[in-house]
Ligand binder design. Structure first.
Ligand code: NIG
Length: 387
């Protein structure tokens, strides 16, 4: 077992209730885990020593919402949107066609490229979804490919009714043969509960069928207007409801009284010219908030969690500490990985050694210096992967 002491930490964000935020701190990494965290003066000896010279250190980003099993791009759709055309769920079909036409090797290479791009920016835990296949064979290969690269995989057969299919027959397929095929490769099931995609009853059927097979639940909801997504997610005990762009007071109250995380995707709202979600109302009511990139070729083609944090602080009235927590611990909570041995989104003894060093003295610089790349060094599972 080799150990490394990371010392000279100017500001250490741990997300641990007891450790809190420390100045003049050190961390000790042993293999994949954090073995010690505390004041630098008390740090135990280790085989190797890395001095980060006063920089800020935080847990690696936990990106709890991406769609990275895809082929092609949608530049033309983006350009049309910037000319005033509204975003609609139907654009997904363009990526479905390109994804079906791609080979397994092409899909895997594209996924790896995006995961590597995110890692170079400090993302150390990634969830990704199927949802651009929409046939049993294409969803199954998407799930297999995702499982080889991502920390968490979500089945999103109910992303859009497969082009040309009858909606009810397609929901039957998703709830039966498709779920049975993908279950060995995924931990979660999601549904796009929105006009133009799946209605409340169709969404409930899919989620219940998934829960019966032991999958955790997530919901895409309230992205394009107020609607039933949040209520359904809370009703079924989903770990997370993602987007939450349009919420009424009953949605905020329901989230605040539940264990369902409100995962906000501000890069998507900006790219689709939607309003930004009311993070302040959610936080003030006591809801748990996560921030994620929603990296996908249609509605949000960025892997930058820093951009999400910057937007949350500058435009969504989140404090720096709230935004950092939402992009690390919040994402981990949305994936139910924030506690126990090997936890992510937190730096405490026993947590996964996923460490993000900023080329800045404090996390405030992520908003203070917007758009400037501030990732200095990244360790994932105790291995230095950037910097
Ligand atoms: O989270 N809302 C549904 N799914 C994706 C969009 C996918 C696409 O447009 O290709 C999202 O925004």
């Amino acid at each position: 077992m080799t150990s490394t002491v990371i010392t000279g930490i100017g500001e250490l964000t741990t997300n641990d209730d007891e450790l809190g935020k420390l100045a003049g701190a050190a961390l000790v990494v042993e293999d994949e885990r954090i073995a010690w965290a505390g004041p630098a003066a008390e740090a135990p000896a280790a085989d190797e020593r890395v001095d980060v010279e006063g920089r800020a250190v935080l847990p690696g980003w936990v990106d709890s919402h991406t769609h990275l099993v895809f082929a092609g791009d949608r530049t033309a759709e983006f350009a049309a949107r910037m000319d005033g055309k509204p975003y609609e769920a139907g654009g997904i079909a363009v990526t479905v066609e390109a994804t079906r036409a791609a080979t397994d090797a092409e899909l895997a290479a594209n996924l790896r490229r995006h995961v590597a791009e995110a890692a170079a920016q400090g993302t150390t835990c990634v969830e990704t979804k199927t949802g651009y296949g929409l046939t049993v064979a294409d969803e199954l290969r998407s799930a297999r490919i995702a499982a080889a690269e991502a920390d968490e995989v979500t089945f999103l057969g109910a992303h859009l009714v497969s082009p040309g299919a009858d909606a009810d027959s397609y929901v039957d397929l998703v709830c039966g043969e498709m779920l049975d095929a993908v279950v060995p490769h995924v931990g979660w099931c999601d549904v796009f509960c929105e006009r133009g995609a799946f209605d409340t009853e169709q969404s409930r059927r899919v989620l219940k069928a998934a829960a019966e097979r032991g999958l955790g639940l997530r919901v895409h909801g309230n992205q394009l207007g107020t609607g039933p997504g949040v209520g359904l997610a809370v009703e079924l005990g989903a770990a997370s409801v993602d987007h939450c762009t349009y919420l009424d007071q009953s949605d905020v109250d329901a989230l605040a009284g539940s264990d369902t995380v409100a995962t906000l995707l501000p890069a998507c709202d900006l790219s689709t010219r939607q309003p930004l979600p009311d993070a302040r109302a959610l936080l003030d009511a006591g809801a748990t908030v996560a921030l994620a990139s929603n990296c996908n070729p249609g509605s949000s083609y960025t892997s930058s969690m820093a951009y999400c944090v910057t937007t949350a602080v500058l435009q969504m009235r989140m404090t720096v500490d709230e935004a950092i927590r939402a992009a690390t611990w919040g994402g981990a909570r949305a994936l139910r990985r924030e506690a126990g041995d090997g936890a992510v989104g937190v730096l405490r003894v026993g947590a996964r050694a996923d460490i993000h060093v900023l080329d800045a003295p404090s996390t405030a610089w992520l908003a203070y210096r917007p758009g400037v790349p501030l990732t200095h060094t990244v360790w994932r599972k105790g291995v230095r992967i950037a910097g």
